[in-house]
Design a protein around this ligand. Structure first.
Ligand code: FE2
Ligand code: FE2
Length: 371
């Protein structure tokens, strides 16, 4: 491979872009030039893996979008492949590429947008690889950032975010069947798509967690992030449950401790009906630190809904276990109900610490795997 000729093309495009007034701003100009280099690097990788003419493919990739720095014929950007081929041809001839090489490279450049050239040519693996390399770069990490920036993702509503992400996921899945000129390009393509699919799936999961989690019948579960709201909800509910939270100091401690915890609240017509919060007790484990549901809402499935929402979030955050402590079964009627409730959720007996709290309140620890 003649690095001299590649160097010449690099100098040519640098100058062409530098002197161009066609870009709306510096960002777009830089993006287009950097994109051209990335496409050329992908082209090189494909050529080396497929035994294609690496120099010719790099040359074609470097020049594939050169017309962005000029003018699109008919003022239509869809002509930019054909326009780029017109700019590239005399340069490639001047650099001493054979006429067969020039034609193959220019044909690849011309067809990279919509498949059409203004001259005869063959869609050889090399010609096709220019479009392939272009598409591969257009679906890599940078483009995620660029698309979100272009969409003004930070300014749109949660609903708009959601539909944008759903749309992206649908499109990405449909792109898996796109044909490529070489096995190497197809492999790179699937790798980029899987990466984007994973990113948007995770983004979707976050969007789902950013609002109402369960909206069954009248009650809705919401995650609360505001510390003041957390302490108000904790106070409202715990003060209404003296059977479980009669000691004022202990209650105040629960209220203070709600700060910065993963906090979920069940609302009935806008008023808190119950809440819970989770506390990290190790890097793999969270504890259901406190949970309270107003008595009129007991046995209506609200505790279960609250717990499921919290469990799903803890799981999504990567925790492996959830634990909960209560007074051992057989001591007090109220706490027997609590034990029954935890068992019904799927908690398993882990250990009893008879004197962790005091001898009248043996501490039962339950545990549950999240994965
Ligand atoms: Fe292009
Ligand atoms: Fe491109």
């Amino acid at each position: 491979m003649s690095t001299y000729r590649i160097k010449q093309i690099e100098e040519y495009i640098e100058k062409f872009f530098r002197e161009s007034n066609s870009f709306e701003n510096e960002y777009d100009k830089k993006y287009r030039l950097e994109h051209s280099y990335r496409v050329a690097n992908i082209g090189r990788f494909i050529a080396e893996n497929e035994g294609l003419d690496a120099e010719a493919l790099i040359a074609g990739c470097l020049l594939h979008d050169i017309s962005y720095a000029g003018e699109f014929s008919g003022n239509d950007y869809r002509n930019h492949g054909r326009d780029s081929a017109v700019i590239a041809r005399p340069l490639l001839e001047e650099l001493g590429f054979t006429s067969a090489q020039v034609n193959e490279i220019c044909y690849g450049i011309a067809i990279h947008v919509d498949g059409n050239a203004e001259f005869q040519g063959e869609r050889t693996p090399l010609a096709q690889s220019i479009e392939d390399a272009d598409n591969i770069d257009r679906f890599d990490a940078y483009r995620i950032y660029d698309n979100l920036r272009w969409k003004k993702y930070n300014e749109i509503s949660l609903d708009e975010k959601n539909s944008y992400v759903c749309n992206a996921l649908e499109k990405l899945n449909s792109f898996k069947s796109v044909e490529f000129g070489t096995a190497t390009a197809k492999r790179l393509w699937i790798d980029k798509l899987d990466f984007q699919l994973e990113f948007y799936s995770k983004l979707k999961r976050q969007i789902d967690m950013s609002t109402i989690i369960v909206n069954a019948e009248k009650t809705e579960i919401r995650q609360i992030t505001d510390n003041l709201e957390k302490s108000e909800v904790t106070r409202t509910v715990l003060e209404a449950l003296p059977e479980w939270f009669e000691i004022p100091e202990a209650r105040e401690e629960y209220i203070r401790d709600s700060k910065d915890k993963l906090f979920f609240c069940a609302y009935d017509a806008g008023a808190p009906a119950g809440f819970l919060y989770l506390k990290e007790t190790g890097k793999d484990t969270v504890e259901l630190a406190v949970m309270g549901v107003l008595k009129e809402y007991h046995r209506k499935g609200i505790g279960t809904k609250l717990f499921n929402a919290a469990k799903e979030t803890a799981n999504a955050l990567g925790y492996s276990f959830i634990q909960v402590k209560t007074v051992q079964m057989g001591k007090y009627e109220e706490y027997d109900q609590t034990n029954q409730f935890y068992i019904s959720l799927g908690f398993m007996e882990f250990e009893v610490f008879p004197k962790l709290w005091d001898e009248w309140n043996p501490c039962q620890i339950y545990v549950m795997a999240l994965k």
